[in-house]
Design a protein around this ligand. Structure first.
Ligand code: NAD
Ligand code: WQD
Length: 337
């Protein structure tokens, strides 16, 4: 069993990963500044697993704060979720995004090197793919920065690749997530976006719970099955489990390698909306509106590398994702508040 430092562990993906880590018997130290999360998520992680974790409130941009974690705790592996993730915000405040995501990442690496911890799992994103030709997207298709957020992911990936090339002590996994949705089966933890959701799934569940009037479907003239955008939605628990597989893989390996974390199945916006209505029995008011700037028609993973090399296999269907998203939203209409 390993002792795992989870940066950003109080957030949406981090909290679900902590549940799986604790359930598998690992020790967990969470380091999070709570800028987009709350401690209640961690209370619930412990309640669900009947295990305790260590929480340290701090910011990855401040070296002394991370150094302190490594001197106070024995750490074998770092799973690095901490960072900012709103594309629109990244266009308005690029410096803030580079500071948290790139400078923060660099500070973390320096602390790891000092503490002689060389195993890292990094939260990357399918947003780095050019996504205009090859579908499904294989790890080797061209990558491109489309906005400041994806640029921070691309820079960090490239930095990690160079570091692992120059110093053979490093063992790094780049996990490129497609569209994470859903929630833990219990409905106790889930996605809790601040303000108006940017992403489709929380928008739909907030319409269903009465917090938003109607869904705007961004674009209905794409070259897809019904004209609306197609994405590869992946259940957050499947995604969390991919981190356990990556951890097992990296503990016995060297170098830096990227893996797609998606199901390999695409669903259109209309298919998601219609399936949500079927699964929950709740009608979703909607309007067809114009395309959202920066969106692509289709994004879908070739996940064969993760399946073969990590021994990872996603278990959940789109219907499971919708039912679990709704279960969380219905039990927590205002999120953790
Ligand atoms: P989230 O906002 O729920 O979690 C991120 C956590 O990091 C939050 O708890 C936040 O408080 C913390 N944090 C932010 N800046 C920090 C800092 N400087 N120091 C310490 N803690 C800090 O986001 P999420 O959806 O759980 O995403 C986790 C990671 O996965 C992010 O790096 C994100 O870019 C990446 N990712 C997310 C998605 C997605 O759709 N959710 C897709 C691809 C990649
Ligand atoms: C999905 C589909 C929209 C909202 C983003 C980031 C990506 C990753 C995951 C972090 C698209 C449509 C959406 C709405 C809609 N995050 N839509 N009405 O854009 O694929 O990916 O989140 O790394 O980097 O780009 O996800 O959920 O925003 O959109 O019609 O109110 O739903 O146009 O086709 P996206 P999304």
């Amino acid at each position: 069993m390993a002792s795992v430092l989870v940066t950003g562990g109080a957030g949406y993906l981090g909290s679900h990963t902590c549940v799986e880590l604790l359930s598998a018997g690992h020790d967990v130290v969470v380091f999070d500044n709570l800028s987009n999360s709350c401690e209640e998520a961690l209370n619930r992680v412990q309640e669900l697993t009947h295990k305790s974790l260590t929480f340290v409130q701090g910011d990855i941009r401040y070296q002394d704060e991370i150094d302190q974690v490594f001197s106070d705790h024995h750490i074998d592996v770092v799973i690095h979720f901490a960072g900012l993730k709103a594309i629109n915000e990244s266009l308005e405040t690029p410096l803030t995004y580079f500071d948290h995501n790139v400078v923060g990442g660099t500070q973390l690496l320096k602390s790891m090197e000092k503490a002689k911890v060389f195993t890292l799992i990094f939260s990357s994103s399918a947003t780095i793919y050019e996504a205009i030709g090859d579908i499904p997207l294989h790890e080797d298709v061209p990558v491109l920065s489309k906005n400041n957020y994806s640029y921070t992911k691309l820079i960090t990936e490239q930095m990690l690749q160079q570091i692992a090339k120059a110093d053979s002590r490093w063992s790094i996994a780049l996990l490129r997530y497609f569209n994470p949705v859903g929630a833990h089966k219990s409905g106790r933890i889930g996605e809790d976006p601040q303000g108006v959701p940017n992403n489709l799934m929380p928008y739909i569940t907030q319409v269903a719970v009465g917090r938003r009037k109607k869904l705007s479907i961004y674009g209905h003239d794409y070259d897809t099955i019904d004209g609306t955008g197609v994405r590869d939605y992946i259940h957050v628990v499947d995604l969390a489990n991919a981190h356990l597989c990556a951890l097992n893989n990296r503990l016995g390996a060297k170098g830096c390698r990227a893996w797609n974390i998606g199901t390999g199945r695409g669903s259109s916006v209309l298919q998601v909306k219609n399936s949500f209505e079927e699964v929950t029995g709740i009608p979703i008011a909607f309007e067809l509106s114009s395309r959202r700037a920066g969106d692509v028609a289709t994004s879908c993973a070739d996940n064969s590398r993760a399946v073969t090399e990590l021994g990872w296999q996603p278990q959940y269907t789109l219907e499971d994702m919708l039912a679990d998203s709704w279960n969380w939203q219905k039990q927590n209409p205002n999120g953790y508040n």
